[in-house]
Design a protein. Structure first.
Ligand code: HEM
Length: 391
């Protein structure tokens, strides 16, 4: 687990000993069963690391222990998924688009290695494991085809190989890998679920980030629009490729760890709801959902709702190519919502969701996103909508 692997390059960067030891402990423990006094100890360790000097060790200890803080009012989904670590990684990068793709690449590559190492050792049979690995490789292929420029993809630019020579980047990817991905159960298949959630969160962010850039380019910069809308389509399709791999999780395997995840539902995902706001506009039907979680307040705020959605920006263009490019590029998001509803039905038949909704029925209501309102603002000079979102 201490190596971040790239095609053609393997580098190892150790964490400070105290951090490595804690990361090992957290990766090897079913966190839902962590004794209360240990949680208290981790919470105190977080406070000490925050109060302590800005050393490498303290920085990583903060990342590792933040989800256990009894002082912070962190929503359950964020305690579970550790998105603050992704936020930390992205805040250190100049180009969040390529950095996001490299992050998903590193996490999926590591998951493939884990699946191969542990093939046949858990409930998943060797054949099922091989199928999962092949679908995870399809995620890597998809990342390889992601456009970086008009004539450049991740693969043609050899981004992954070159990243392997960037010591800071390799080290930061290792930190994300080691400081997140913890399971609440002792079930092997929770790894697949957890890394899928992480990959989807990054994709939600990528869809939003590229959508914002495409919106700003409509009517002003045709070549920029053409590139950003292709990136938007590719990020949207990434969600479907990840879901295809996740489908190797059977409902029985899912039920094996579902209870341990408690109320950590992705209905609390700020990245997701901001993505929908940016792409489609404000979804009034969800105002009750947004209102249930204090950290989702920005989605309900008039400040963010005054922005033009990508859909409205494209629809207002006189250029048919602009309108058609949006329709074609948005289609994978529609497909994803439909498949997500399918997941709800398959995995949770007649069951309520862990986010306090009726379950699959909730997902079904939001597959369609027609006719949502959006405002007039185009330029996001304050970067209100553009950063990776976590709590
Ligand atoms: C076995 C797989 C999955 C099942 C059965 C499932 C089921 C559900 C259900 C029932 C809901 C309704 C809200 C609630 O929890 O009460 C929901 C919401 C949601 N899920 Fe999933 N989900 C799965 C995988 C994922 C993954 C991998 C992600 C990626 C982050 C994800 C993201 C979301 C989001 C963003 C919402 C809120 C949707 C909205 O408000 O429109 N789900 N899911």
């Amino acid at each position: 687990m201490n190596a971040v692997r790239f095609a053609g390059a393997t580098r190892t960067r150790e964490l400070p000993a105290a951090c490595a030891e804690l990361a090992d402990r957290l990766h090897a423990t079913a966190l839902a069963e962590l004794p209360e006094d240990e949680v208290r100890g981790l919470s105190e360790r977080y406070d000490a690391a925050v109060a302590g000097a800005d050393t490498d060790e303290n920085e990583i200890l903060r990342l590792l222990t933040r989800p256990f803080s009894l002082r912070l009012d962190t929503p359950e989904y964020y305690r579970y998924t550790g998105m603050h670590v992704t936020g930390w990684y992205l805040a250190r990068r100049e180009d969040p688009y390529e950095a996001s793709l490299l992050l998903v690449h590193a996490l999926v590559t590591d998951l493939i290695a884990l699946e191969e190492r542990e093939a046949g050792l858990h409930e998943t049979t060797v054949e099922e494991g091989a199928e999962r690995v092949s679908r995870l490789r399809a995620v890597l292929d998809h990342l390889g085809g992601s456009p970086l420029g008009p004539d450049r993809t991740m693969a043609s630019a050899e981004s992954v190989r070159l990243a392997g020579h960037d010591d800071t980047l390799v080290r930061d990817l290792l930190v994300v890998n080691r400081c997140s991905g913890f399971r609440r159960s002792d079930k092997h298949d929770e790894h697949m679920f957890m890394r899928s959630v992480q990959a989807c969160e990054v994709a939600f962010f990528l869809v939003r980030w590229t959508a914002r850039r495409a919106t700003e380019a409509v009517g002003r910069a045709p070549a920029e629009y053409a590139l950003r809308i292709r990136q938007f389509a590719s990020a949207a399709e990434l969600l479907n490729v990840v879901f295809h791999a996740l489908r190797t999780l059977t409902p029985e395997l899912f039920m094996g760890f579902r209870d341990a995840t408690g109320s950590a539902s992705a209905v609390q995902s700020l990245n997701y709801h901001l993505m929908e706001l940016v792409v489609y506009g404000y979804d009034e039907r969800k105002s009750e959902t947004y209102g249930r979680f204090a950290h989702l307040a920005p989605v309900n705020s008039l400040r963010l709702r005054r922005f033009t959605s990508l859909r409205d920006a494209a629809a207002g263009s006189a250029d048919a190519d602009v309108r058609e490019a949006f329709a074609a590029s948005e289609a994978p998001l529609h497909v994803w919502r439909g498949r997500h509803y399918g997941f709800g039905r398959r995995y949770l038949p007649e069951m309520t969701g862990s986010g306090g909704t009726e379950g699959a029925g909730y997902l079904k209501r939001f597959v369609g996103k027609a006719g949502l309102p959006s405002g007039d603002s185009i330029d996001d000079t304050e970067q209100l909508l553009t950063r990776f979102a976590f709590c």
